[in-house]
Design a protein around this ligand. Structure first.
Ligand SMILES: Cc1ncc(COP(=O)(O)O)c(C=O)c1O
Length: 433
């Protein structure tokens, strides 16, 4: 049986159609960003590596040394306005390098948002430290007002993840960290190219990571990066990613070495990835500009809707425009809106790209590769409880929002369709907040 609101939404859409505003014949869906910009630039980078027969970043045959990854690091640091950048194999690897650089280990606690990606949790656990969840706010990022009550004398790091292109409220997070002598790790995996009050995300905390995997702004399929202004953190990350060693090029960049060797792993990027990422990095501002322009067209087209509630954006000018999220009073209203949008062939979804970590079964069970894992062997580790009870506000927020994902290559017709569908479905499908 069709309920009244659904009926009104459908009627509104029909009225739109009568005005010539017809529903799309095929569903509108955002594609991956970086790969849509692949052209002869990426191709040439790959050809260079093949022709030089130099797939390994540190040495190879030929008269000139391999320089793709090294050049990517130099240009990435410049773009992110940091002194150092380290290229690695993934964002997950980058998080592990950052934990090692920050010397996080057993007995330490790291505060992270309840809504983010698995790797944030696993990097903390694999370091032997204890993850402590904080709630998100209506930006979908960590709620600065919930951080302080999670701080203990063991807290070493706040993991501030800028999710889905939306920067965290760094002006509120940094003073809390400074007050308690805690370091800030910015996770920019989902926000490569975003900024906060004029500063690139990743340039404000002590150390930052990025993902360059397929779903991110620029990509080589897989890839990651670590940036920092601190030569000690840079050396720690570099050593960890390269089985404890500190290569001559990085030592030169850092102006000498300051850290003794320690046990590390191998997260080195290869020259093929470095070349593709170099070509992609040089297009980053174009990709971000295109996405922002499309998002702006949608925001402009709906801003006069009565009672419009958008996801909170601490710096609307700095976000990537990856998703236009609308808030509702209840999950039922949100779902009715999503149904009406589906009827118009413009798909909306609940917040995506992250997971509600505390309710993951393996996290609730505190399951690790070995039963004596240090994270959960201490009194504090044994007593900490995860599960839905530690993040009720996060669950409530995620239940009440839905959004349209934006593609930088959407046409004007596409963004007009999004605007038309929202304008038809929003007032009818909801009693907004
Ligand atoms: C917030 C966040 N951090 C870290 C990562 C890990 O990046 P990767 O997939 O490159 O390992 C992701 C991946 O989606 C992420 O969303």
């Amino acid at each position: 049986m069709i309920d009244r609101r659904r009926f009104l939404a459908a009627a509104s859409l029909a009225a739109g159609a009568a005005r010539g505003n017809t529903a799309r014949s095929t569903p509108l869906k955002a594609d991956f960003w970086g790969t849509q910009y692949y052209d002869d630039k990426e191709q040439q980078q790959l050809m260079d590596v093949l022709e030089a027969r130099q797939p390994f970043r540190w040495y190879g045959s030929g008269s000139t040394p391999p320089m793709k990854v090294a050049t990517f690091e130099r240009e990435f640091a410049a773009r992110m306005q940091t002194r150092y950048a380290l290229a690695v194999t993934s964002g997950t690897a980058a998080l592990q390098c950052a934990m090692a650089a920050l010397r996080i280990g057993p007995g330490d606690e790291v505060i992270l948002p309840a809504w983010t990606w698995h790797s944030c949790y696993s990097a903390i656990v694999l370091a032997g430290a204890l993850p402590v969840f904080a709630e998100i706010d209506e930006s979908f990022n960590i709620d600065p007002s919930d951080i302080e009550r999670r701080v203990t004398p063991q807290t070493k790091v706040i993991l501030a993840a800028h999710l889905q292109g939306n920067p965290c409220d760094m002006d509120r997070i940094m003073p809390i960290a400074a007050k308690h002598g805690i370091r800030v790790l910015e996770d920019c995996a989902q926000s490569v190219g975003a900024s906060y009050k004029g500063r690139p995300v990743g340039s404000m905390g002590d150390i930052a990571i990025y993902s360059l995997q397929l779903n991110k702004t620029i990509t080589a399929g897989e890839g990651g990066a670590v940036v920092t202004n601190d030569p000690v953190l840079f050396e720690g990350a570099s050593r960890f990613h390269d089985v404890g060693g500190f290569r001559a090029l990085h030592e030169k960049v850092a102006g000498g070495h300051r850290v003794n060797a320690f046990a590390g792993t191998n997260f080195r990027m290869n020259e093929f990835s470095g070349g593709v990422l170099l070509a992609q990095l040089r297009k980053l501002d174009r990709i971000v500009g295109d996405a922002r322009a499309n998002a702006r067209r949608v925001y402009d087209g709906i801003r006069d809707l009565p009672n419009l509630r958008l996801r909170h954006r601490p710096d609307p000018g700095g976000e990537l425009g990856a998703g236009i999220y609308l808030g509702f009073k209840s999950k039922e209203q949100r779902d009715r809106f999503a149904g009406a949008m589906k009827d118009a062939n413009v798909l909306v979804a609940p917040p995506v790209g992250s997971v509600l970590l505390p309710t993951q079964e393996y996290i609730e069970q505190k399951r690790t590769v070995h039963p004596a894992w240090p994270s959960f062997a201490s009194g504090r580790g044994l007593s900490i409880q995860y599960g839905a009870a530690c993040c009720p506000r996060t669950i409530d927020i995620l239940n009440r929002y839905a959004g349209v994902l934006i593609d930088p290559k959407f046409t004007r017709r596409d963004t007009d369709d999004i605007v038309g569908a929202i304008r038809s479905a929003y007032p009818a499908g909801s009693q907004v907040l």
